[in-house]
Design a binder for this molecule. Sequence first.
Ligand code: BDR
Ligand code: CA
Length: 325
Amino acid sequence: MRAPLPVILDVDTGVDDACAILLAGMHPAIDLRAVTCVGGNAPLADVVRNTLTVLDVLGRPDVPVAAGADRPLLEAPADARHVHGADGMGDLGRPFSTRTPDPRHAVELLRDLLRAAAAERRPITLIPLAPLTTIALLLRTYPDVAPGIARILFMGGSAATGNATASAEFNVFHDPEAAAIVLGACGQLDIPVTMYGLDVFYQPVVTRAEAEDLIAHDPTGPAGLGGALIDFQCRRFASPAATIGDAGAVCAAIDPDGLDTTRLPVRVELAGRYTRGRTIVDHRDTGLDLAHDPHGPADVLVDVACAVAADRYATLWRTTIRGGR
Ligand code: BDR
Ligand code: CA
């Protein structure tokens, strides 16, 4: 059997971030080294509390949690509580964690763990599921951590449509400068990068009936929490099924064959009244003479997720949080 994959999640928990933490904290193929938090779906303090609450439900006090950036680099802070509930995690009325997070800033926790991983020659897969503010600060402040990063597999962006705006996906729109810095740094520091964007994000879904089964299986445990989070989304959007969202990116780390990717140049639009925060994925034939494109070559090639084995990923999520049964 292969050794479990060392992973760090960066989250803005977040209903679907919670779904992702449940999967990463339970699947035997993942060695969850830490979870870092950033302001996004909810204000930072709520994100930290929600994240600790999920880890409490998992019985994982061993996983360090640290608070990172509480606002975007340039933009004013904004949240998505209209999607994720007033508490940022579905307003389920469950008890919150009283655990205290790691005293280090998330940038310092990441620095320490990634430097150690580089020294051990066991680089970590970094999975950001939120605005990229903390990761941008990390790569700008401590670029020497690059050998400790096996890959950045981020949920964000889109080759086609947006959700926060017609053009832009929420995580990139929330902090476009951070996304541009991270993609640029991946190019400069030779960090492989995969974009799990909106082109696949909504496809792995769990039905309301399956959510009820999860709740009945173990009401107060991980299955019950996961089921309640899906049920919350179904009720909020009056829909018979809901996406596992960010958890799909964790599925891609566990089961990479379930994701079709194409390596393409990607840029982040930083201007544009209606297009700010858009990820510009260049689908042009590289055999064409692009010498007359005034923008020149992009800084980075990204493995852009184009298609997903949606049922396989949804089943992976459900069976894992049900305890493998
Ligand atoms: C992304 O934004 C957040 O609302 C979700 O948690 C996900 O990371 C989708 O655009
Ligand atoms: Ca998220």
